[in-house]
Design a protein around this ligand. Structure first.
Ligand code: HEM
Length: 416
C-alpha cells in the first residue's frame, strides 16, 4: 500500500473497499495498513477512512461536529437521469432518520422508539421460533444445503415485514427492492444499473406511501398501525409522509443486517469446528457467540458521517465537508480495546463494547431484535443439527457494497 501526503493527512492511493481483494478479505487489507495512519484519505471513494475504536466512538458521540447526512448517499456519483428518477419518486438525499441530524432526526426517532416497544419485540419471540422451525423443516438434511437461502435470508425478512404489517404477498417484491437499494447507495453500479435501481427505489417509496394510506382505515396489530395511532394524537407531529419514511428505515434496516449477522456467526463458529462443538455443549454461550461475531466480523462493517466544521481527528486536520468512512469492522480489531483482536473468543469479556450498532443518538433501534433473531436461529440450528459442518472447499462470495457484509451463500451439511 502506497502512502502520499494529502495536506496533513496520509493518502492510501490503492485503498478501494469495492475491489475484489477487499471484498474477499477486508481484514488482510486492514493488516497491511500501517498503525501510524489511523485516519487516511482514500481517493478511490473520496472519503477519509477512520479505523481506531476511540476515534470512531468520538465521531459517533459528537453529532454537532459530525453530521449523519451521508449515511445513505450513493457512494458512486449518480448519472442525472438516475437522480431525476429518484427525485421524481419523492426520494430525498436524506431519506430517513439514520441520515438526519437533530431536530429532524428526533422528530422521527421518538415516535419510532415509542411504537417499537420492548413488548412488541418480546412478542416476536414465538414467531421467530416458529419461523426458524418451519424454514428448517423444509430442508433435506441428507444432502448439503445453503444456509443463506434456506434460513438466514428468509428469516429476518419474514420477521420484520410481518412486524411492520406488510401483506405477505408483497414480501418478494420488497426483498427485491431492498437489494436495489443496497446496490445503489452502498455499491458502485454502472449508469445502466443506476437507472434500474433508481426506478425500483421510486416504486419502493411509492408502495410504502400507499401502504400507509391503506392502513388508515384498516388498522392491524402491527408497527405501521401503532405509528398511525401516534399520528392521530397529534397529526402535525408525525405526518403520513414521515410514517412512510420510518417504514422505509425499518423494512430495510431489519433485513440484510440480520441476514448477514446470522451467516457470519455460523461461518465463524464452523470455521473451527471446536468452536461450534463448544457452543453446542453449552448453549449458554450463544449470546456471547453473537456478540463476538459483531466485534470480529460485523454485518454492518462501515457507516458514514461528514464534518460540519474544520476539526482535528487523530492528529489529522479535516476540512468542513470531509466525508468519513467509519470502519466499524476495524474498530473491532483495535488491540487497545480488545486484546488479541484476531482471536475469535465466544467468552470474550468485553465483546459488548462493540461499535457494530453505532453509538449515541443514532444507536441501532433494532439491536435487541437483531440479536434475538440470531440467538434463536443458532439455538434451534444447534439443537436440530448439532454435528453441522461447512462443506469443504467452497469459495465464499460477498455482495459488492461497503456497508452490508456476510456470505451470499454458506453451504453446510448436517452430518459429518
Ligand atoms: C442485527 C444486525 C444489525 C446491525 C449490525 C445494525 C447496525 C446499525 C448501525 C451501524 C446503525 C447506525 C448507527 C449510527 O449511525 O450511529 C443502525 C441504525 C439503525 N438500525 Fe440497525 N442494525 C441491525 C439490525 C437492525 C434491525 C433488526 C432493525 C429494525 C428492526 C434496525 C433498525 C435500525 C434503525 C431504525 C436505525 C436508525 C436509528 C437512528 O438513526 O436513530 N437495525 N443499525
Amino acid at each position: 500500500m502506497t502512502i502520499n501526503e494529502h495536506g496533513t493527512c496520509p493518502v492510501h492511493a490503492d485503498f478501494d473497499p469495492l475491489s475484489p481483494a477487499f471484498l474477499a478479505d477486508p481484514f488482510a487489507v486492514l493488516d497491511s495498513i500501517p498503525r501510524e495512519t489511523p485516519v487516511f484519505y482514500a481517493p478511490s471513494i473520496d472519503y477519509y477512512v477512520v479505523t481506531r475504536y476511540a476515534d470512531i466512538e468520538e465521531v459517533f458521540l459528537d453529532p454537532e461536529t459530525y453530521s449523519a447526512a451521508p449515511a445513505q448517499l450513493p457512494l458512486a456519483r449518480l448519472v442525472p437521469e438516475a437522480m431525476q428518477i429518484l427525485l421524481g419518486g419523492g426520494h430525498k438525499p436524506q431519506p430517513s432518520m439514520v441520515s438526519l441530524d437533530p431536530p429532524a432526526h428526533t422528530r422521527l426517532r421518538s415516535p419510532t422508539a415509542r411504537a417499537f416497544t420492548p413488548r412488541r419485540v418480546a412478542e416476536m419471540e414465538p414467531k421467530i421460533r416458529r419461523t426458524v422451525d418451519q424454514l428448517l423443516d423444509a430442508i433435506d438434511p441428507a444432502a448439503p444445503f445453503d444456509l443463506v437461502s434456506t434460513l438466514t435470508f428468509p428469516l429476518p425478512a419474514t420477521i420484520i415485514f410481518s412486524f411492520v404489517g406488510i401483506p405477505e404477498r408483497d414480501w418478494p417484491q420488497l426483498k427485491e427492492w431492498c437489494g436495489h437499494r443496497a446496490a445503489l447507495a452502498w455499491g458502485r453500479p454502472t449508469p445502466g444499473e443506476q437507472l434500474h435501481h433508481a426506478t425500483s427505489m421510486a416504486a419502493y417509496r411509492s408502495y410504502l406511501r400507499d401502504l400507509v394510506a391503506s392502513k388508515v382505515s384498516a388498522r392491524g396489530d402491527d408497527f405501521a398501525s401503532a405509528l398511525l395511532e401516534i399520528h392521530d394524537e397529534a397529526p402535525e407531529a408525525l405526518t403520513h409522509e414521515e410514517i412512510g419514511s420510518i417504514l422505509y428505515s425499518l423494512t430495510f434496516a431489519g433485513h440484510e443486517t440480520t441476514n448477514y449477522l446470522i451467516g457470519n456467526v455460523v461461518r465463524r463458529l464452523l470455521e473451527d469446528p471446536a468452536r461450534w462443538d463448544l457452543v453446542v455443549s453449552d448453549p449458554g454461550l450463544i449470546p456471547g457467540a453473537v456478540l463476538e461475531t459483531l466485534r470480529h466480523d460485523p454485518s454492518v462493517p462501515v457507516w458514514r458521517r461528514v464534518t460540519r466544521r474544520p476539526v482535528t481527528l487523530a492528529g489529522v486536520d479535516l476540512p468542513e465537508g470531509a466525508k468519513l468512512f467509519l470502519w466499524l469492522a476495524a474498530s473491532g480489531r483495535d488491540g487497545s480495546v480488545f486484546p488479541e483482536p484476531g482471536k475469535f473468543d465466544v467468552q470474550r469479556p468485553n465483546a459488548t463494547k462493540t461499535l457494530a450498532f453505532g453509538r449515541g443518538i443514532h444507536y441501532c433501534l433494532g439491536a435487541a431484535l437483531g440479536k434475538l433473531e440470531a440467538q434463536i436461529a443458532l439455538e434451534i440450528l444447534m439443537r436440530r443439527f448439532p454435528r453441522l459442518r461447512l462443506v469443504e472447499g467452497q469459495q465464499l462470495s460477498f455482495h459488492a457494497n461497503i456497508s452490508f457484509r456476510g456470505p451470499e451463500a454458506l453451504w453446510v451439511r448436517a452430518t459429518p
